[in-house]
Design a protein around this ligand. Structure first.
Ligand code: 5GP
Ligand code: MN
Length: 329
């Protein structure tokens, strides 16, 4: 279907909608779901927004976040499930997945690289820096006014997925859209402080501990940190405090590929990848059943932390051998 107008029609026809972002929600998935939810409510639709995982404290300021239902889908007759900011079923989480099994039609709106999104209706625009950009176009098609609450959610979606307009995905379109959001009255400095300028003390304690695990390959182009469950517990941190840690190995001059290994339990490790100019990390994560974008991706790999590190680092180091093909994107 890749036609946003057709997607707008599908959404327009539904009266009771269930909206959800991905597991381990981030600023784009939450901001996009909330902006769409607020917009659809203005059109008189019945909207239920669900999140499989808890909302990180960082995003508790988002307008409408208090209406998000965590960990379950309330009983009800829904016409359509709209999945935003992901297009693989594994990132749906178990509660909304049960609805899918009951036969509820699914619409996917996303910007990740994926040839076969899992929805009955799919709209994927990989050129969008954030799913929030697509939601903004969708709300225009649905003739929803950009009220301030909607604009704050869209701005958060865009500013987080572009790393404050610093990543390669930032385009003139991103800035043009952001200019419109600012014209709606988005308080940039207040939001910047909330999202980037302030952290709970525990995040800094975790950073201190995580930096102790920092390693750099002999070639100087790969850097990684290893976050074990014990390390997280030692500083009384939780998963939500890990977001952003990968920027530290990425910051090192000369490093092209940054990796964070996070022990989920004794059998599973979550791996995050970021690259700067050359390595296609979507391909790299894809080799381990994950995905994402060319410069930011992730996967969850079965095994103990040490084993998974060895497996991934071998594959990563291979990319830096002279004449390697997997490196260029
Ligand atoms: P993060 O490292 O911040 O968790 O994720 C970076 C990017 O990769 C995000 O765009 C995210 O959606 C994607 N990603 C992370 N983990 C997975 C995964 O397990 N599977 C897929 N398909 N994408 C992932
Ligand atoms: Mn996104």
């Amino acid at each position: 279907m890749n036609n946003l107008k057709a997607m707008a029609e599908v959404i327009q026809k539904a009266r009771r909608l269930l909206l959800c972002g991905h597991v381990m929600p981030d600023g784009d998935s939450l901001g996009s779901a909330l902006a769409l939810g607020l917009g659809l409510r203005l059109l008189g639709k019945e909207v239920t927004i669900v999140s499989s995982d808890p909302i990180p404290d960082l995003y508790q300021f988002l307008p409408g976040v208090e209406t998000v239902i965590v960990g379950k889908v309330p009983e009800g007759d829904y016409d359509l499930l709209v999945a935003v900011d992901f297009s693989v079923q594994e990132r749906l989480g178990s509660a909304p997945e049960a609805m899918l099994k009951k036969g509820l039609p699914v619409a996917v709106i996303d910007h990740h690289v994926n040839d076969r999104p899992f929805g009955h209706y799919n709209y994927v625009r990989t050129a969008a820096a954030a799913t929030g950009e697509i939601i903004m176009d969708l709300l225009d098609l649905l003739q929803v006014d950009l009220e301030l609450d909607i604009a704050i959610n869209l701005y958060t979606a865009i500013v987080t997925d572009t790393g404050s307009f610093r990543y390669e995905n930032t385009t003139s379109e991103t800035h043009a859209k952001t200019a419109r959001l600012l014209a709606c009255g988005v308080p940039v400095s207040r939001l910047s402080n909330r999202i980037f300028g302030e952290q709970p003390l525990v995040s800094l304690k975790l950073l201190e501990a995580a930096l102790g695990t920092l390693e750099v390959s002999p070639c100087g182009q790969i850097a990684w940190m290893s976050i074990s469950g014990a390390l997280i517990r030692s500083v009384e941190a939780s998963d939500q405090h890990i977001e952003g840690l990968i920027n530290y190995p990425r910051k090192i001059k000369g490093v092209e590929l940054a990796i964070v290994f996070r022990e989920l339990d004794e059998q599973r490790v979550k791996v995050s990848f970021r690259s700067k100019y050359q390595v296609d990390v979507n391909l790299l994560a894809g080799k381990f059943g994950g995905g994402g974008h060319v410069r930011a991706s992730g996967c969850t790999v079965d095994g103990r932390l040490a084993q998974v590190k060895e497996l991934i680092l071998k594959e990563a180091k291979d990319l830096f051998r002279e004449g390697s093909h997997g490196r260029h994107s």
